[in-house]
Design a binder for this molecule. Structure first.
Ligand SMILES: Cc1cc2nc3c(=O)[nH]c(=O)nc-3n(C[C@H](O)[C@H](O)[C@H](O)COP(=O)(O)OP(=O)(O)OC[C@H]3O[C@@H](n4cnc5c(N)ncnc54)[C@H](O)[C@@H]3O)c2cc1C
Length: 392
């Protein structure tokens, strides 16, 4: 991709080419604005939060605010599919379940009904009939949402960057291998300083650095924590029974914060995907990438209870991914108090991917006008987190 040479207009600098930075860059390019997208590694690398084959997209949120954003989030993906001429969404449906005394399923159901999203309560015996491999204990409740599905994550990220380049031509510059060492926020315009000492002055700076945001905007991200996640792909017997069309996404709420698991159907011969939502705090530059048996143990015990035919299946892949958690699991998106030209873009806490293209558009609005069509006060980078969970 060519270099932006014109000095007439300072570029908007987007720092980080995960799903968030790529979505913002693409939305900004579509507005005809000059954009430089900086990425320390190569687009699609597997050290951050956006890599891998798939992510869940669902209306099934227990928090009404995130549920209310979902119609626009889905529309933004449909538009991206049209703009790229590619399939990025595979409809599978989603089954959310939990113990009868958890508020999760009733809240999800309430939000789905409020949004007029088709859905159905299923008892454990009904679940057993439809999905014989899944054992829900008596006393569990569940809700099925047929509109949910899976996003083709790696493909989406690659196509967003290609689309930005196609739309904007020489107005868009991707610089892979460019590591931002620090930010100079003392002047009227923010300046990024590369590890190679290069300085780039930005009209606006969008910081979409994922788990590394803490080292760049320390003040605004004090209460954020990076956690290590482990994802497993398995090949259970009768793999074809677990492909889209026959098997849905599953979200399991448990008794406590670490008792939360999800699974995705088999999109390829890698097999089904299963993981625990939650993990220990870590430093993104020193995190243990090797998966051990102790990482597998909680997932195995979940499978032993709910999906026994998966518990001893061949493990085809196991890798780490990073969450950037806020205590309340809310996103952090917006201009920072100490510099109005710096916008933090951190839709994080393990549930941001589905909002990438929609929040990309929000970022473009914020860059252009300082406003957007949504009330995102609760995402303010300048507020202090409460302690609650919104991602489910
Ligand atoms: C295991 C796992 C499962 C998930 N499942 C779902 C799901 O099912 N549904 C869903 O909606 N969401 C899900 N999420 C959340 C979602 O994937 C993340 O919210 C999203 O990927 C965050 O993207 P990002 O662009 O902010 O971060 P990243 O993808 O980490 O991108 C940040 C980029 O910034 C670059 N960077 C950082 N610092 C610098 C620097 N100094 N100089 C230059 N470049 C820099 C990094 O190299 C990186 O490429 C999941 C996340 C994980 C980890």
């Amino acid at each position: 991709m060519s270099r932006i040479r014109t000095a007439a207009k300072r570029p908007i600098v987007v720092l980080g080419a995960g799903i968030m930075g790529a979505s913002a860059a693409c939305a900004l390019a579509a507005r005809g604005l000059p954009v430089i997208l900086l990425e320390r590694h190569r687009v699609g690398h597997d050290l951050g939060s956006s890599h891998g084959e798939s992510r869940i997209i669902r209306y099934s949120y227990s928090d009404p605010f995130y549920a209310s954003l979902m119609p626009d989030a889905f529309r933004a993906w449909t538009k991206l599919e049209a703009d790229t001429g590619s399939t990025l969404f595979v409809r599978t449906g989603a089954l959310s379940f939990g113990p009868a005394d958890s508020q999760f399923v009733p809240r999800v159901l309430g939000n789905l009904r409020h949004l007029d999203v088709p859905c159905r309560n299923l008892s454990p015996s009904e679940v057993r009939k439809i999905y014989p491999a899944l054992t829900l204990p008596n006393g569990y409740v569940s809700v099925f949402e047929p509109t949910a599905g899976v996003l083709l994550a790696a493909k989406a990220l690659r196509l967003l960057v290609e689309l930005a380049s196609r739309i904007a031509g020489s107005q868009f510059e991707l610089r892979e291998g460019f590591e931002v060492a620090s930010l100079d926020l003392d002047g009227a315009n923010p300046v990024v300083i590369g590890a190679n000492q290069e300085r780039i002055e930005a009209e606006k700076l969008v910081v979409a650095a994922g788990p590394w945001v803490k080292s760049l905007l320390t003040r605004e991200t004090r209460s954020m924590e990076v956690t290590r996640q482990c994802i497993f792909h398995l090949k259970p017997p009768n793999l074809d029974d677990f492909r889209p069309g026959r098997w849905p996404v599953m979200i399991s709420d448990g008794q406590d914060e670490l008792d939360l698991f999800y699974s995705l159907p088999a999109l390829s011969d890698l097999g089904v995907k299963v993981a625990r939502h939650g993990g220990p705090a870590c430093d993104p530059d020193r995190v243990e990438r090797k998966i051990s048996e102790s990482d597998w143990a909680p997932v195995k015990s979940f499978l032993d209870q709910f999906l026994p035919s998966w518990a001893d299946a061949e493990r085809t892949d196991a890798r780490t991914c990073l969450y950037t958690m806020t205590r309340d699991e809310e996103f952090r998106v917006g201009a920072i108090d100490r510099h109005p030209r710096v916008i933090l873009m951190s839709p994080c806490s393990g549930h941001g991917f589905k909002f990438g293209p929609l929040i990309g558009r929000i970022i473009a609005d914020l860059c252009e006008t300082g406003m957007c069509d949504y009330d995102i006060a609760r995402w303010s980078p300048n507020r202090v987190s409460a302690s609650k969970r919104v991602s489910l």
